[in-house]
Ligand binder design. Sequence first.
Ligand SMILES: [Zn+2]
Length: 200
Amino acid sequence: MNDEERLRYKFFLGTACREQEVMYATWADINWGKKEYRIRQKEDVDFKPKSHEARITPLPTSLVNDLRDRHKNPPHERWIFINSDDSPETHFLDKLKRIALGAGVNCGHCRTTRTVQRTVAGNRYEKQQIEVSCKTHPVCERIKLHRFRKTKATQWHEAGIPVRTIQHWLGHKSLETTMLYLGITDSAKLRDKIDEAHGD
Ligand SMILES: [Zn+2]
């Protein structure tokens, strides 16, 4: 990843935000002093989080520092991440799939169809369906933006952050949804607690 890409996906991981919540992130949503990001409605772009989704979520200090650097000479005065025509970035997933392909981390087993234009005769074109594999094309289904969200939820949980707090930070309506995000902690990481519980 280049620096721009790294910051984008660091933001996904650091905030555990949904794709649209990153897409419509603005500089005004960052509270630099408290190191927080406020997810709020933006009517002009039709971004309307539900009431439990509008919230304030914490930013790790290293991410705040990276954002502060970017803010000194921002690519856009309102949006934090933009595409080549100065509007909010809408291709985070496609771009991540390309990075994954370049890094050789695609699973190699996904197959899907793509529509391509083929020249038939002279300057006549025809649309054609071709089968592509994630071995050679950026189509791996294992690459998902949502994984950043699940990973961060698990990291917060393992760091001892209360589940109700994680639920709020993720913008989940029900605690059950949050529970589904959290993996089972490896017993090696809990060894001290296991022994302490037994009085060892
Ligand atoms: Zn794949």
